[in-house]
Design a protein around this ligand. Structure first.
Ligand code: HEM
Length: 507
């Protein structure tokens, strides 16, 4: 204790400087986000969570140094990597890779296909989104609106289906990607598998060695067998989509909407890399499949959580819902069935101020990943804190959380309220304040070399989905029990559902 410089950092709990068991028990009880928020409110921008763990909640001496400064995901001393849990098909991927050097080689292969310019200009994505909105989502909403439930339905699962269909279409092409909107039983099957694993990540993620030791040598399982079964099923489903995309690429000519943009890019880059490094006789398919599974999971869930909160907030803020509907009427063409297959230009949709403000305010207040994003301090240690006042030795787990950064009252006045106006009034605030709001403290997609690679695809799809829904319907809440976000890294509503009612607009 006496030789540990971390003891000088305000402690979230009297036991924190002495043992890591306190923060572990907080994680086990699934109250980590709330506990960290309370600790920062009481103790300031940097708090000690354990003898080798701290949390930061500031830009200078905080996220700027840790994330833009390239702290590794893997602890150099012990080799521990919290993200190793996201390994699939027995292979690492961009998200799970611990070392920055390995990670940047993979990221270089993929960042162009997810860049804003490529996403916005992609004819394949435009054709895919047009089919998904006009031939799947809008007909589905029309039948719900005129059906026996009189427009009442559970929104979060249909939003999950929509984001999964768009993300997998961009990855594998429209034909090889999913079609969950039109196949509700497949949607249920997938969501059941996906969600059955929730709550079982504590042991394998926090104590991976203990977990595998107990399983291997004593036959003791710390998570039930069905979790492995669910993972295997999801891998199988992903592999089928990979095989479908590979089959399409072998055809002589590929229709625009069938282009497997991401799969094609990654498989070409991986093959080129293998050739350059003279790697022979290695099956590269599991490596590609691991990356694909990670993207589809990261991409569908986070976007669907955000959209669920967009729909909830718009349903309870009718004034803003009407403003959005008026704005959507200015689109040419409008996103209504008679316009099909034409969609308004992605840049025009992106530039709609109210739509942008609604999405941004939801990403701020209901970040899909509000929980801590752990990294490790470099072996030589570093100075952290707003004035660099604390020395942090090497190998300390350091994290920041979007859910806490976004609650800073000095940057976002009345931070706990959903107020899209704050993004519409940016021209009234000075340059520094604008930068604070828009970039320095806005952390929904993280920052630095490991920030979200899919943020532009996420925003693209969320804006089109919201445009399609609110160009044709109004929504009201029927039952929002359990709408509060769960206390976890990725945070869906606690109740995992939102019942709304659709009302058809005159179009
Ligand atoms: C609203 C939607 C989204 C949100 C809020 C979001 C948020 C984030 C955040 C905060 C991170 C960094 C996490 C960390 O380091 O702990 C991240 C990473 C990542 N995201 Fe997203 N994401 C979204 C959509 C997407 C989409 C659509 C895709 C892909 C199709 C995607 C793929 C990834 C990948 C591959 C990484 C790892 C990047 C790396 O390690 O370099 N995300 N995302």
């Amino acid at each position: 204790y006496l030789s540990n410089p971390v003891r000088k950092i305000p402690a979230a709990h009297p036991l924190a400087p002495f043992t890591g068991l306190w923060i572990s028990s907080i994680r086990w009880r699934q109250i980590e986000n709330a506990t960290l928020k309370d600790a920062h409110d009481r103790l300031g921008p940097i708090v000690c969570l354990g003898p080798r763990e701290i949390s930061v909640n500031c830009v200078k001496g905080g996220i700027k140094d840790v994330y833009a400064g390239g702290f590794e995901k893997r602890d150099a001393r012990s080799g521990y990597n919290w993200y190793g849990f996201f390994t699939n098909f027995g292979n690492g991927n961009m998200f799970s890779t611990g070392l920055n050097k390995l990670h940047s080689a993979r990221k270089r292969m993929l960042s162009n296909i997810y860049s804003k310019s490529v996403v916005n200009a992609s004819p394949a994505l435009q054709a895919q989104v047009s089919t998904i909105l006009y031939q799947r989502l809008l007909p589905c909403l029309a039948s719900l609106a005129s059906g026996s439930e009189k427009g009442v339905f559970e929104a979060s699962s249909l939003l999950s289906a929509s984001t999964m269909d768009i993300v997998t279409s961009y990855m594998f092409g429209l034909k090889a990607g999913s079609n969950l909107i039109e196949h509700p039983s497949q949607l249920l099957w997938f969501l059941d598998l996906y969600k059955s694993r929730h709550g079982w990540n504590f042991w394998p993620q926090e104590y991976p060695r203990l977990t595998s030791f107990l399983k291997k040598w004593l036959g003791v399982r710390l998570s039930p067998k069905w979790v492995d079964g669910a993972n295997a099923e999801i891998e199988k489903w992903t592999k089928n989509m990979c095989d479908g995309a590979a089959g399409i690429m072998q055809q002589g000519s590929v229709k625009t909407e069938e282009t497997p943009s991401v799969y094609q890019q990654l498989s070409a880059a991986v093959a080129k890399d293998a050739k350059k490094n003279e790697v022979r006789g290695v099956d590269l398919k599991p490596l590609i499949a691991s990356e694909m599974l990670d993207h589809l999971a990261a991409g569908f869930d986070t976007s669907a959580i955000t959209l669920t909160y967009v729909v909830h907030e718009l349903s309870t803020h009718k004034d803003i819902q009407s403003r959005l509907q008026n704005e959507l009427q200015t689109l040419s063409p409008r996103v209504i069935p008679s316009s099909q297959p034409n969609l308004p230009d992605p840049k025009t949709v992106d530039a709609l101020p109210v739509l942008h403000a609604v999405i941004w305010e939801t990403l701020r207040l209901h970040s899909a990943i509000p929980g801590p994003q752990p990294r490790f301090s470099p072996p030589q240690g570093c100075q952290l804190g707003p004035n660099g006042e604390y020395f942090v030795p090497g190998g300390v787990r350091v994290s920041a959380s979007a859910g806490i950064l976004h609650q800073n009252e000095e940057v976002y006045e009345r931070a706990s309220e959903w107020r899209p106006e704050r993004w519409l009034d940016l021209d009234k605030v000075d340059e520094e304040k604008r930068k604070d709001m828009e970039s320095r403290w806005f952390w929904a997609f993280g920052s630095g070399g490991r920030m979200c690679v899919g943020s532009h695809l996420a925003v693209y799809q969320m804006k089109y989905i919201v445009a399609a829904l609110y160009s044709n319907y109004s929504t009201t809440v029927v039952d929002d029990t359990g709408i509060q976000q769960s206390d976890s890294y990725t945070a869906p509503p606690k109740g995992d559902k939102l019942l709304i009612q659709l009302e058809k607009l005159e179009v």
